[in-house]
Design a protein around this ligand. Structure first.
Ligand SMILES: CC(C)(COP(=O)(O)OP(=O)(O)OC[C@H]1O[C@@H](n2cnc3c(N)ncnc32)[C@H](O)[C@@H]1OP(=O)(O)O)[C@@H](O)C(=O)NCCC(=O)NCCS
Length: 197
């Protein structure tokens, strides 16, 4: 559980019951949003990792009684879903499929929280590099990825439906000692900045 000001954030796997909320953010965010069907077919792939962040006042988290295992949840969670990210593991590569934060919750460290969480999820499963495609004009995302050690290694011309190019970004090897130290330092500074123990 992460805490920032009056809100607290909880990370959890993306469940089918969450997809309507994810699609609402997707539609508010992307020109070519993923459909509910696309999320539903991806989230159960054995090689996919999808995570969500929910926000709520601390008391609401306790009152809502969500000690029950997330995996067995059938009903929508009452806490607002504010961010999500997904990745597919292909051999020892982690292909980040999507990262998005609700427009009202941006610049609060949630994009970083999701990257740190994906890293934590996939490193023990043998992923040693991360990659993604990003619009060449997406300065917010480029800033986030540069901060986490991604570098532009290629370009796909006119990759997006509106003709914009995609930049292909990769991290270096995550199992290199300096990379492990960097991610640990990023994790520490995130916790310090956002007042999390
Ligand atoms: C990109 C996105 C996920 C970032 O999430 P966020 O929670 O707002 O970002 P954070 O608060 O974690 O910021 C982390 C870093 O990202 C960069 N960043 C985030 N927003 C930025 C902005 N508007 N302009 C420039 N840099 C930005 C900064 O480097 C920032 O580090 P800093 O706070 O030390 O300056 C968010 O803007 C978003 O959902 N955008 C729309 C969806 C999208 O473009 N997804 C990426 C698809 S590839």
């Amino acid at each position: 559980m992460a805490t920032s000001g009056p809100a607290s954030y909880a990370l959890a796997p993306l469940m089918a019951a969450d997809v309507a909320e994810v699609v609402a953010i997707e539609r508010a965010t992307f020109r070519f949003p993923w459909s509910a069907a696309a999320f539903l077919s991806d989230l159960n792939l054995p090689y996919a990792v999808w995570r969500v962040v929910r926000a709520a006042p601390e008391a609401a988290v306790v009152d809502a009684g969500h000690a029950a295992p997330w995996r067995h949840r059938r009903q929508p969670d009452p806490r607002p879903l504010v961010a999500y990210a997904g990745l597919q593991m292909i051999l020892d590569e982690g292909h980040i499929m999507n990262v998005a934060v609700h427009p009202d919750y941006r610049r609060r460290g949630l994009g970083e929280l999701l990257l740190l969480d994906l890293y934590r999820q996939v490193r023990p499963r043998g992923v040693v590099r991360l990659t993604l495609e990003v619009r060449a004009s997406n300065l917010a995302a480029l800033g986030l990825y540069h901060k986490y050690g991604f570098a532009v290694e290629g370009r796909r011309p006119r990759y997006y439906g509106d003709g914009e190019d995609a930049l292909i970004m990769w991290t270096g090897r995550l199992d290199a000692p300096e990379a492990q130290a960097r991610w640990e330092e990023l994790r520490r500074s995130w916790h310090k900045r956002w007042s999390v123990d």
